[in-house]
Design a protein around this ligand. Structure first.
Ligand code: ADP
Length: 404
């Protein structure tokens, strides 16, 4: 089944075209990116597997034009991979927020669109864009079934004592203020894949998954189900991130707003866009730049790295306590998959669990690898995340079931 996977942001659209034979066997036919949607001049990057890359600029006023640009690339005689759009059998979308109603991926219908719309309030940067992507596909490929795969869905198994904030209950009832958690598709994928890779039975396992990228979150996965995670009502909570501050004393917010005479939008921008590695380290939101600066002796860059390591160690410890133990800790995301130093620093504080870290294995680069010795009580693994594959898998199953 040929499936187009779309990840629509407010000003960008990432895509992959996959030919799914089954869950395990598939071909990546093409992938690419449309940037600067809504600006005067947009950019398109397209790469069909085994062919030369295509890169050009064109005005992309909205998501419908962006989707059309993707389809034109896929059909292109020289750079494309399809002879007719009829070959696209389904479209799968990454959707940020599904609120409390959504516990799994869904075939897009009026009700699902209404849920995504209702959750725009909770995911103001992403949900409107996700919806625009769905509506653009509806316009351009009206007969093709679409599936929405939600970032929040995997975390819906959290118990109330984990997801509730100790605020007046009325705010939960009135506005749905609670912890939702994000990166669910990634945590779901790497926990299942990690269990298999480490020889564990997912249904009887205690796994902590560390998704460390530009945005970072950790999930506590007991018997295959998420019972806690670091992100909250929004993706701002938890670990220090590229530009996000992570969890801070909530009183800091009102204190700084008063001191600096800030509007809610300005305070929001400080916490989401000017903090994290960038704000504390003062060099860049990117881990590679911050690491280079730290290596050159920059004390603030060193502090920002130390804080990230500290945050990871702290949350792992709290999740070990929640599950009364742990069998496997998984690293994933751009930092988790590539930064051996952070993994080593974290592992240095896990000897209390009986972790025997394999320093040599840790220096390797592979999509899947074990970082502990065979006699280690707790296993640590790197599993490269693949959210697009999960979206394609869910889309394939849901569309096949609907056709039966
Ligand atoms: P996003 O959350 O935007 O998907 P990624 O998962 O791609 O982000 O992670 C981005 C982070 O990963 C950046 O801080 C970047 O420095 C780091 N990163 C990506 N690739 C590498 C690499 N090869 N070596 C070290 N760090 C990397």
């Amino acid at each position: 089944m040929i499936i187009l996977v779309l990840n629509c942001g407010s000003s960008s659209l990432k895509y992959q075209l996959l030919d799914m034979k089954n869950d395990e066997v598939y071909d990546l036919l093409a992938k690419g990116l449309v940037e600067r949607i809504g600006s005067e001049m947009g950019g398109v990057k397209h790469q069909a597997t085994g062919k030369e890359a295509l890169k050009f600029e064109k005005p992309v006023p909205d998501h419908t034009v962006a989707v059309k640009a993707v389809l034109d690339c896929l059909l292109d005689k020289e750079y494309g991979v399809l002879s007719t759009l009829e070959d696209i059998e389904a479209v799968g979308h990454r959707v940020l927020h599904g609120g409390m109603e959504v516990i799994c991926s869904k075939l897009v219908d009026e009700h699902v669109e209404a849920v995504i719309e209702k959750c725009c309030d909770l995911g103001p940067l992403h949900n409107p864009a996700n919806l625009r992507g769905i509506r653009a596909v509806k316009e351009v490929l009206p007969t093709v079934p679409q599936v929405a795969v939600f970032d929040t869905a995997f975390h819906q198994t959290m118990p109330a004592y984990s997801y509730m904030y100790a605020l007046p209950y009325e705010y939960f009832e009135k506005y749905g203020v609670r912890k939702y958690g994000f990166h669910g598709t990634s945590h779901r994928y790497v926990s299942a894949k990690g269990a298999k890779f480490a020889g564990l039975d997912l249904a009887h396992s205690r796994i902590i998954t560390c998704h460390l990228g530009n945005g970072s979150s950790i999930a506590c996965v007991e018997n295959g189900k998420c019972i806690d995670t670091t992100m909250g009502l929004t993706p701002l909570a938890g670990l220090e991130m590229g530009t996000r501050c992570g969890s801070i004393d909530p009183a800091v917010v009102t204190y700084l707003m008063q001191k600096e005479n800030l509007t809610p939008a300005q305070m929001d921008a400080i916490m989401n866009k000017k903090s994290g590695l960038l704000g504390l380290g003062g060099v860049s939101n990117d881990m590679r730049d911050t690491s280079a600066a730290a290596n050159a002796g920059n004390p603030r860059a060193k502090l920002a790295l130390k804080k990230l390591t500290h945050d990871i160690i702290k949350y792992i410890g709290s999740y070990v306590a929640e599950m009364n133990g742990v069998d496997l800790i998984v690293f994933t995301g751009g930092i988790g998959e590539n930064n051996a130093r952070i993994r080593r620093r974290v592992a240095e504080n896990l000897t209390y669990l009986g972790v025997k870290f394999d320093l040599e294995a840790n220096e390797n680069k592979a999509d899947e690898m074990l970082l502990t010795t065979p006699d280690s009580k707790v296993k640590i693994a790197v599993i490269a995340t693949n959210e697009e594959l999960v979206i394609a898998q869910d889309t394939m199953h849901i569309v096949m079931d609907a056709e039966e």
